[in-house]
Structure formats: structure tokens, C-alpha cells
Design a protein around this ligand. Structure first.
Ligand SMILES: Cc1ncc(COP(=O)(O)O)c(C=O)c1O
Length: 463
């Protein structure tokens, strides 16, 4: 058989590869909406509403989302949280405005900023000794920035983060409201939060706009997401306008039906229970360690490799010896994602594999230490994102690029958080950080038009 996408997907279906990654339905047939297939793939025919100005069954899905999460209004997306984040930023900021962004924001936040022309003001989330990733956003730091800069119109933070860290959005929202600044919370990884009923997961974030990728942890198909509005400060007209401009005029009814199904039958209670069982099983690890914190979503399984191996090596072992694919690997940890499509037996299989690796890993003389996964180094912006993107540019070897201005995004993926954005000075600190990542086995991605080849694209300032 020829090697095609179709043949690979069919093979994947036959293999017994355990997905500890998105989407949250985990390819479990029990998560699929009953009877939805190509025979239901339609366009906007009579009786089926229109995503671009919904008033019938599609508006019904939005109303269901409002009800499920107690929101004042909602929009659905078949272009992920990515389109919802871009639309939110466009609806509230433009050239001349400033927008406060946490430095661990997703690439789509940067795309929104780039298109709106607003100037980004960056804040670094908290860090902790021995924790190789960024933590929550600090409300005091946000307050300080808002007090010192009246041009800031909106704040964007990610909560929970890729590693499941939850910020104090209640406090941050209070601060934003006092200064009449819009709070947009990227809750892409927290669709399962705050669902009405006896759900033990944390409440949904506070904010004017809260965006959830329902496909990441719940049973909806990839690309489906929901934007929730609380209060009346979000501009409903502009939100729908910009979202419309970012989505296909032929949105997939199969995706929308899958999203509706996930909202009808959320199944998050079971997820809480099996994730809790998995965590208590992993407490017995002796060399590897399960990251735990009271501000972490328990559904995110972060295994610290504690210097015994790299996260990449652990991910390879899981794939090759145990047929388990994790969500992401980093120099010193891996992220395994649980979702509503998991069962207690799928999570026991994962726990057994991790425990088997833990018990066979050799005690090494000196434990290796590894670089953190995201930079917490000073960043300087010399030019707006959109100007730098459009400027004359040329390639330069990374090792010779210090002091230049980046003309492109560079990020280690996942999680899609940029190390460099267009207009940012390519500093010695960033280059050193990239060197450390490279030594730990990280690959970089640049803008989609090219593959990483060890060069950076710099703005030709003297052209
Ligand atoms: C923190 C965060 N925000 C937003 C997104 C984009 O979400 P979507 O895949 O639904 O477009 C991602 C994607 O992985 C993400 O990790």
C-alpha cells in the first residue's frame, strides 16, 4: 500500500497506540456522536441554520454552552481557540492601543496582535526553583502595569497553562474591571472546568472573554471551541464580525454536531475520578516524579525526569517499548493529557508503563540537569510585529545573530509559544537559551514558509 495520509491513519487505527495526547475523546468510539458520518456532511441547507449569523440549531449549541458554563453569551468556532483568540483581540484593540500579554501566550495571541496593530506589553508569569516551566500570572504585576500605562486596553493570559497551572483570575479580573481593561482568558486547556453539576474540577476562569478548546480535554472533534462572554464589556458585534472573517463560509456540520454532542454529554465527573486514581498510582515513583501543586489541574499529568533522562528519551521509551504516545516532551519533563474519552484501564496502562520505566532506570553517578522549557529572560522589542514581518530581511546563522532584529517567529513546538517574535531583538540571552534547548534535543520551528535550518531571519535595518 502506498504511504499516504489515509493509509497512515488506517494503520494508526489498527495499532494499539495509546493516545496520552489531544483530542480528549482519545479516539474512543464511545465518544462519537451516534450516526454522524459523511452521510451528514452538508452545507447551509434549509433548516440547518448558518454559523455566520446563527438563529436556529447552531444558536442552540451556543445557548447550550452558555447554560453549561453559566455565561451571558457564547460563540462557537470550527477553527479552534486560535480563531477565537484572534477575533477577541481584533474586537478590542487596534493600532495605537497597547495590550498586556503573558509571555507564555500561544502563537494565535501573537497573530491577533499582529493583525490588530496593537503594541504588546509583556509580563512573565511566575517561576519557581526546580520547576522547569512557567507558572501562573501574578495579579500584582498586572496591576502595576495597568496603573503605569493607561494605553493598555486589554490583558491576555493563559489559564490553565499547557502544564495545567491555574492563575488567580478572580483577582486579575477585579483589577482589570477597576481600570476598565478587557480581560481575555485563554482557557483552551480548561474546557472541562466549571461545568454545572457535581463537577469537582475548578470553576471556569473569571474574565470578560473566556475561550475553551472543547476538543482538547472533552469529547468534541479537533478544531471545535467555544468563546464565553461574561458581563457586557465584550463587543458582541465586532467579535462575530471578526470571527466570521477568520472561518470558512462552509463550516463543517459534522464538527458542529460533534461539539454539540460533547456539550450534551460532558462526562467530566468520570474524568476527575480516573485522573485522581492515576495520580495516586503515580505517587509510588522513586526516580521520576509526578509534578503536583494545589494550583494545577489534576487532569494534566506532568512527569519530571529529575535528571535520569531527558523528557524526549522518556517519550521515546514510552512509544517504542509501551506503544504510548504522549502530548509533549521537553528537556526535563513530559506532558501526558487525559481526556473524557479515557477509561480507567487506559490510565492504568499508562501508570504501569511509567512505573516500569521508573523501576528499571539506572541510578546514574551525576544526575543531569536540563534547561527550562520557556525563557524567562529580558526581551526587547525594536519594531512592531507587522512592520518587522514586512521589512526587507535576510538569513543569518543563529550564532552570528546577536543584536539583530528578528523578522519571523521562532518557537519550540509544542506548546507553540514563541521564543522570538518579529520585531524582537535577538539577544545573547535568547540565543543562549536556544543553544541549551538544542543541546537537550529540542527542534525549532520558524514561520510556516520554511523549515528550521539553524539560521534566523533578521530585519535588514540598513536597507
Ligand atoms: C494555550 C493554548 N491556547 C490556544 C491554543 C489553540 O487552540 P486550538 O487548537 O483550539 O486552535 C492552543 C493549542 O494547542 C494552546 O495550547
Amino acid at each position: 500500500m502506498k504511504d499516504t495520509l489515509n493509509s497512515r491513519l488506517k494503520k494508526l487505527r489498527e495499532d494499539d497506540l495509546l493516545p496520552m495526547h489531544m483530542p480528549g475523546h482519545k479516539r474512543n468510539p464511545g465518544s462519537e456522536p451516534d450516526g454522524i458520518s459523511y452521510s451528514c456532511d452538508i452545507t447551509e441547507i434549509d433548516g440547518f441554520d448558518n454559523l455566520h449569523s446563527p438563529e436556529g440549531v447552531i444558536r442552540g449549541i451556543e445557548k447550550r454552552a452558555m447554560d453549561l458554563w453559566g455565561a451571558d453569551d457564547a460563540l462557537i468556532s470550527v477553527n479552534g481557540s486560535s480563531a477565537l483568540l484572534v477575533a477577541s483581540i481584533l474586537s478590542h484593540t487596534m493600532k495605537g492601543d497597547k495590550i498586556l500579554v503573558a509571555s507564555n501566550c500561544h502563537i494565535s495571541v501573537w497573530h491577533g496582535i499582529e493583525l490588530s496593530g496593537a503594541t504588546p506589553v509583556l509580563i512573565d508569569p511566575d517561576t519557581a526553583e526546580d520547576t522547569p516551566f512557567l507558572l501562573g500570572a501574578d495579579p500584582a504585576l498586572i496591576e502595576e502595569k495597568l496603573l503605569s500605562d493607561p494605553k493598555i486596553k486589554a490583558v491576555v493570559i493563559t489559564s490553565p497553562t499547557y502544564e495545567g497551572i491555574i492563575s488567580n483570575t478572580g483577582k486579575i479580573y477585579e483589577i482589570c474591571k477597576k481600570k476598565d481593561v478587557l480581560l481575555i482568558v485563554d482557557e483552551a486547556h480548561g474546557a472541562h472546568f466549571g461545568i454545572k453539576g457535581d463537577n469537582l474540577f475548578p470553576p471556569t476562569s473569571c474574565g470578560d472573554i473566556v475561550i475553551k478548546s472543547v476538543h482538547k480535554t472533552m469529547s468534541a472533534p479537533t478544531q471545535t471551541a467555544v468563546l464565553l462572554m461574561f458581563g457586557d464589556r465584550a463587543d458582541r458585534r465586532l467579535l462575530r464580525h471578526f470571527l466570521s472573517s477568520l472561518e470558512s463560509t462552509s463550516p463543517s456540520y459534522m464538527l458542529m454536531a460533534g461539539l454539540e454532542n460533547a456539550l450534551i454529554d460532558p462526562r467530566v465527573d468520570n474524568l476527575y475520578k480516573i485522573a485522581e486514581d492515576l495520580r495516586s498510582d503515580l505517587k509510588s515513583l522513586t526516580k521520576l516524579r509526578l509534578y503536583t501543586s494545589s494550583s494545577q489541574d489534576i487532569s494534566k499529568i506532568v512527569i519530571l525526569t529529575c535528571g535520569y533522562m531527558t523528557g524526549y528519551e522518556l517519550a521515546d521509551l514510552l512509544r517504542e517499548d509501551f506503544l504510548i504516545e504522549v502530548e509533549a516532551s521537553f528537556p526535563s519533563y513530559i506532558i501526558a493529557m487525559t481526556g473524557t474519552g479515557d477509561t480507567s484501564s487506559s490510565l492504568i496502562r499508562f501508570a504501569e508503563a511509567i512505573k516500569a520505566i521508573d523501576s528499571t532506570v539506572e541510578e546514574k553517578a551525576g544526575k543531569r540537569s536540563h534547561a527550562p522549557s520557556l525563557p524567562s529572560v529580558p526581551r526587547r522589542y525594536k519594531m512592531s510585529v507587522s512592520k518587522a514581518l514586512r521589512a526587507g530581511s535576510s538569513k543569518v546563522k543563529a550564532e552570528d545573530a546577536a543584536g539583530q532584529i528578528s523578522a519571523e517567529y521562532v518557537f519550540s513546538y509544542p506548546p507553540g509559544v514563541p521564543l522570538l517574535i518579529p520585531g524582537q531583538e535577538i539577544s545573547e540571552d535568547i540565543l543562549r537559551f536556544m543553544e541549551d534547548l538544542k543541546a537537550g534535543g529540542t527542534n525549532f520551528k520558524t514561520d510556516p514558509y520554511r523549515q528550521w535550518d539553524g539560521t534566523l531571519l533578521k530585519v535588514d535595518t540598513d536597507a
